[in-house]
Design a protein around this ligand. Structure first.
Ligand SMILES: *Cc1c(COP(=O)(O)O)cnc(C)c1O
Length: 230
């Protein structure tokens, strides 16, 4: 995709985020845009960087690290895709936020590696909000007990929840799921669990990010809407 198209797309995405914030009485600063650059070349990421984007999302560890090494060090790299336990070693220390923690074994591995490195790895817990068979994530009604268990681990800090909502033609169809995600964070926050802050809700993609913002998303993950089809 041409540089001009990426700039046009980013202007449009920024405008739509601002409008969604306005409609829902939120401040623009309450919503973080993550530019999802998976499968896209370095040149396109540089275009977005020159525009001012500093947060990029990747769904594969290897690809994230390769790109990180080639791009400016003031970029925040978020891992948004499923993380296998055997890749945990590579990612710890290389990411600002892991959005996709959904097993105790993975959390324990991230904990162990982070303690060894003397760092805190910030994570989100992935929720399968619509109960889809094809999706990763903790069932909503198991989220609290799962989070209580993970919260006891050293070296990691739970910042909130993440979901990949169903693929729908009308984003309104996902409103109920986004609303449920927000309610879940409120309920978990009320438990005042040590080491759990619940201030992040990562939800909303190209097809439904405005609805997600209206329902309380703090992080939207937008790929196609910025970089074009994959
Ligand atoms: C690819 C991906 C996105 C971005 O999807 P688009 O529809 O291209 O905006 C967001 N979140 C996750 C977890 C992804 O894998």
């Amino acid at each position: 995709m041409e540089t001009e198209n990426i700039i046009t797309n980013l202007n449009s995405v920024e405008q739509r985020i601002a409008d969604a914030c306005k409609r829902s009485g939120r401040k623009r600063e309450e919503v973080t845009l993550i530019a999802v650059s998976k499968t896209k070349p370095i040149e396109m990421i540089k275009d977005a960087y020159d525009y001012g984007i500093r947060i990029f999302g990747e769904n594969r560890v290897q690809e994230l690290i390769e790109k990180k090494e080639l791009l400016p060090s003031n970029i925040e790299w978020h891992l948004i895709g499923h993380l296998q336990r055997n890749k945990a070693k590579m990612i710890v220390g290389n990411t600002t936020l892991i959005h996709s923690v959904e097993s105790m074994q993975l959390a324990a591995e991230l904990s162990k590696l982070s303690v060894t490195k003397g760092i805190i790895t910030e994570i989100l817990i992935e929720i399968n909000i619509a109960g889809e068979k094809s999706k990763y994530g903790i069932a909503p009604d198991e989220a609290l007990s799962f989070i209580k268990n993970v919260s006891g681990l050293n070296g990691i800090k739970i910042r909130g929840l993440m979901t990949v909502a169903p693929i729908v033609s009308d984003p309104e169809e996902n409103r109920k799921y986004f609303s449920k995600m927000r309610q879940l964070t409120v309920d978990i926050k009320a438990e005042n669990i040590d080491n759990v802050s619940m201030d992040f809700i990562s939800m909303g993609m190209t097809g439904d990010f405005e609805t997600a913002i209206e329902e309380g998303a703090t992080h939207v993950r937008i790929g196609t809407g910025i970089f074009g089809e994959r």
